[in-house]
Each structure stands twice: as structure tokens, then as C-alpha cells.
Design a protein around this ligand. Structure first.
Ligand SMILES: O=C(O)C(=O)C[C@]1(C(=O)O)C=C[C@@H](O)C=C1
Length: 363
């Protein structure tokens, strides 16, 4: 190497170290600013401030970098500082794995979710009658299922569709649960119904359409009953975790996250099952994660491979809809499976080995 090149590179190396030192000092200051902003409840991202800083820097740019290049470089620095501020914030979330390393295991009157046993949560889309629910409950019990779902309050797209049996539906569920030794899960849509629902349910479900119904989240957060929180139709994972944080921060730590598919342009499935959500949520949070294979796909023919994929990706369980006679179901007739299909589903899922108790927790 020529002496000149060597000397220039040496100077560059020294500047690198000075830049690193300055960047680290800057990052530490940005962190402090982040803390102050948090205390004052100010937004971390401040585009106006970034614009002003860029204007000053461009004005004083001595070259040889172009103004665009200077802007680009500093925007990267601002972005990295903002990420630091937000990352600090993420560490403080109660639902975060950074806050609590060990998996949260829910004990729902003896049935665990998030622990060694992988759960299959099944049941009709809507509670229609005692006979219908009892038929399904019997089939679930025969398959060794612990948890039964069934909708009593149905938030339907059309106001003319079946809206559910309300409290009467919850009573039927409870009766079936007590008769067959199943824990029961059902959705509540109004904060004023939470207290009543706690009398009947083992788990309160917050549906996808209500994931950001903050008053409802706060109410179930103050309740004692475990909560199954579904991901919103277009919710990012960050929004999903913040919704869970609403519940946990109010004192109810028993939350199950449920991936149920997100809205995309794809029409061959009802929603798009975001399988990547499973390992990401498991990494980011200590809360149990289950996958609703019925609502994410809307297709009976792919329930099994999607359930296998969910469990293989680290889900703590899967959820699906079972109806004695899906063709006459009052809701979601096209996607529920009958008892015989359910038995086949369980047989094949079991033989895949994926339902076996997990030996080590997924991290
Ligand atoms: O000055 C602030 O308010 C900061 O939070 C610092 C900073 C920066 O790194 O310059 C970071 C994020 C904001 O969007 C704006 C600026």
C-alpha cells in the first residue's frame, strides 16, 4: 500500500472513531429527550423539529456532500434515535418479553394455556340452542378438548344478520360447560356487559372488531376473568400488543393473543393468515398465542394444514368452529365444520405430533 493511501486511511479511521463517539453522545441525548417526552406525554416523533434541523444543516452544508446526501444521512440518524426512544418504551410494556422473560401460563380452572399442553379451542360460531351446543360439547369432550367457544353477542357486518342470543346464550354455554366439564369462552361487545359475563364465562373474548374499543379493554382489564384478545382486522402487531397492554396495565394479566387473519387484497381466503405473527408475538411478548384457523381462512378445506403451520410456528393452540349441521347454521355457514369432519381434523392433527405437549418453551 502506498504511504499516501495508508496515511489517508489512518486519518479516516480516526474520524470514524470521533464520529462514533459523537453519534453515541447524540444517541444518549436523544434517549434522555425520549424520557422527558414520555413524562410530559409528548409524541416521540417530531417531524417539525426534524425539518428545522435539516434546514439548518443544509444551509450550513460546507460540501462536498450534496444537500440531498446530507439530508439523507441525518434522516437516518433521526430515525435511529427515534427507534431508540421507542425501543426503550417497548421494554417498559408489561406485555413485553423484555419486561418478563418467562412464558405466561394461564390456569383456567385447571386448563392451562401457554404451558406444555397445546390447546384446541372449538365450538359453534354462534350459540343457537341448547341442543346445538350440547351436541358440540359432547363431541369436544370425546376428543379430550378443554375449552369450548360459542358466540352469544355477534357483531355482524349486516344489522339484519343474526345478532346472537345474548345472556340467554351465555347461560346455555355455562350449562354445557358444567355438564361436560369444559371451560367456556364467549365474546362480549359492551363494557356494561362485562360484570354479567363474568358470572357465566371462564374466558371473555374481545373480538377483532373491538380490538381497539379502549373502554371495553379497560373494563376487561379490571375484571378477574381471563381474556382472549383477537387481532384487529387491519391491526399491526404493535397495535395488537398495545391493545393487550390496555388490559394487562389495568391489572388483568391473564391475556391470550389470538391471530385471526388480516385484511389483504387476497380473495381466495376470507382473511390472510399472518403466520409470521406467531413467532413474532412469541418473541415480543410472554403472553400465550393461539391461531383462529376458521376466521383467518374462511375455508374448511385448509383448516388442517393451517392448524399444523400455526403449531409448528410456536402457537400455544388453535381455534376453530364446529357446528352439528353447518349448512343450516345461523352464522358463518360456509366455514364451520361438522362433528365428523372435526373428529378427522383432530385425528390428523394428533398424528402430526404437533399437538403433543411441548418439551421446551418457544423463545
Ligand atoms: O429533538 C427531539 O425532540 C428528539 O426527540 C430527538 C430527535 C433527533 O434524534 O434529533 C429524534 C426524534 C424526533 O423525531 C426528532 C428529533
Amino acid at each position: 500500500m502506498s504511504e499516501q493511501l495508508e496515511s489517508l486511511r489512518k486519518q479516516l479511521d480516526e474520524i470514524n472513531l470521533k464520529l462514533l463517539d459523537l453519534l453515541s453522545q447524540r444517541a444518549a441525548l436523544a434517549q434522555q429527550i425520549g424520557e422527558v417526552k414520555k413524562k410530559q406525554g409528548i409524541n416521540k416523533f417530531d417531524p417539525e423539529r426534524e425539518k428545522n434541523m435539516l434546514q439548518t444543516l443544509v444551509k450550513l452544508n460546507p460540501g462536498p456532500f450534496s444537500d440531498d446526501t446530507v439530508s439523507y444521512l441525518f434522516k437516518q440518524i433521526f430515525k435511529a434515535s427515534l427507534d431508540l426512544q421507542l425501543d426503550n418504551h417497548k421494554k417498559e410494556l408489561l406485555v413485553s418479553r423484555k419486561k418478563k422473560e418467562a412464558d405466561t401460563v394461564l390456569d383456567i380452572s385447571g386448563a392451562t394455556v401457554g404451558g406444555a399442553r397445546k390447546q384446541v379451542i372449538a365450538g359453534p360460531c354462534a350459540v343457537e340452542s341448547e341442543k346445538q351446543v350440547f351436541t358440540v360439547a359432547k363431541a369436544l369432550k370425546e376428543q379430550g378438548i378443554d375449552l369450548m367457544r360459542g358466540g352469544a353477542y355477534k357483531p355482524r357486518t349486516s344489522p339484519y344478520d343474526f345478532q346472537g342470543l345474548g345472556e340467554e346464550g351465555l347461560k346455555i354455554l355455562r350449562k354445557a360447560g358444567d355438564t361436560f366439564g369444559l371451560k367456556v369462552i364467549s365474546e362480549i361487545v359492551s363494557p356494561t356487559d362485562v360484570e354479567m359475563a363474568e358470572r357465566y364465562l371462564d374466558v371473555i373474548q374481545i373480538g377483532a372488531r373491538n380490538m381497539q374499543n379502549f373502554e371495553l379493554l379497560k373494563e376487561v382489564g379490571s375484571a378477574k376473568t381471563p381474556v382472549l384478545l383477537k387481532r384487529g382486522l387491519s391491526a399491526t402487531m404493535e397495535e395488537f400488543l398495545f391493545a393487550a397492554e390496555y388490559i394487562v396495565s389495568r391489572g388483568n394479566h391473564q391475556v391470550i393473543l389470538c391471530e385471526r387473519g388480516i385484511r389483504t387484497y387476497e380473495k381466495w381466503t376470507r382473511n390472510t393468515l399472518d403466520i409470521s405473527a406467531v413467532p413474532i408475538l412469541k418473541n415480543e411478548s410472554h403472553l400465550p398465542v393461539v391461531v383462529d384457523v376458521t376466521h383467518s381462512t374462511g375455508r374448511r378445506d385448509i383448516l388442517l394444514p393451517c392448524a399444523k403451520a400455526a403449531l409448528a410456528a410456536g402457537a400455544d393452540g388453535v381455534m376453530l368452529e364446529v357446528h352439528p349441521n353447518p349448512s343450516v347454521a345461523l352464522s358463518d355457514a360456509k366455514q364451520q365444520i361438522d362433528v365428523s369432519r372435526f373428529e378427522t381434523f383432530m385425528k390428523e392433527l394428533r398424528s402430526s405430533g404437533l399437538l403433543e405437549e411441548k418439551l421446551v418453551s418457544v423463545k
